[in-house]
Design a protein around this ligand. Sequence first.
Ligand code: ADP
Length: 356
Amino acid sequence: MKFRKIGVLTSGGDAPGMNASVRAVVRTALENGIEVLGIIGGYSGLINDKVIPLTARDVSNSIAKGGTLLLTDRCDEFKTPEGMAKAIETCKKHHIDAIVAIGGDGTFRGATDLTNHGIPTIGVTGTIDNDISATDYTVGFDTAMNTVIEMVDRLRDTGESHARCMVTEVMGRHCGEIALLTGIASGAVAVAIPEIDFDVEACIKKMIQLRAEGKRSFQIIVSEGVGGMKSDFGEELAEILEERTGIETRFNRLGHIVRGGIPTLRDRLAASRMGAKAVDLLLEGKSNLVVCEIDSDIVPVDINYSFALDKMYKKKLKDGDLDAFTEEQIKEMREFCARKTAYVKELYDLANALAK
Ligand code: ADP
């Protein structure tokens, strides 16, 4: 299929590396004789007709910039028929033949809606949480984790000076991977993630024993999703640990700090490969796909398959969610979920084993 013009947008939570994806989309498209319009502020830009032409020069130096130069908005209106009608009108007005949507799970739901309304759309990951099951990696994950370990290293300095325990809460929503991986990388004595029940008593026992053996400071990493997004698990844990171990404990919430910053090599590379792949897929006439990294390859996965896999992994499947899939696909999904669960458990056990 030959497109004349495509749109590119960033949507949902920002992530370092989004600009590198936009740059790759723009330059791959231009190389193929396709014009690119940047849609400002995600789906709200589509609704409110905020688009700008993008040249190769417009994306110069963006590879090294955090945040998103195309800006991002949360846009509930896009979920309504009226909002979608306005978005389609904008596409028609500017002759946008297809769209690359960079973001997370919510963004991909919007992408599916656009495809269903006649605008072929491809999703590219841009979320620090690494919470899209279909892909091993989401753009932004590495930069966010490197920021976490830098911050925890600072907390380690003061913790060691004062012989304190530092409980640090990190982002991740319902996915504990940021906490899990940074917990290992920052030598945490314990990691709490939504995927595995946290054993408070075992943690208390270990801290008391290690303190008796001479350990001065302790790092504990808590994922924000433990106990649900509205819970204050980390804060409460800090209080319990201080009370029960007698070790002075401080709670730290890194919050949005880890969302910003210069993207790492890992993120720039994944973003560049994924952005270019998205345009290649559109040129092949494909749509409704999310560009994934699986075993180091950049490959497309059907968006609906990706949603179903996510639900299966997160144990949120409802009646009928698997109706559209073959027995073989369902088997493949089950095997994938078993492997991912085992991977998370293996890392969790490693974190605990190395905590001495
Ligand atoms: P993320 O893409 O990071 O998961 P959000 O969940 O906020 O972030 O989604 C980003 C945007 O995608 C929303 O503001 C909305 O415009 C659109 N979106 C989210 N969920 C849906 C949905 N179920 N259907 C259509 N569009 C959606």
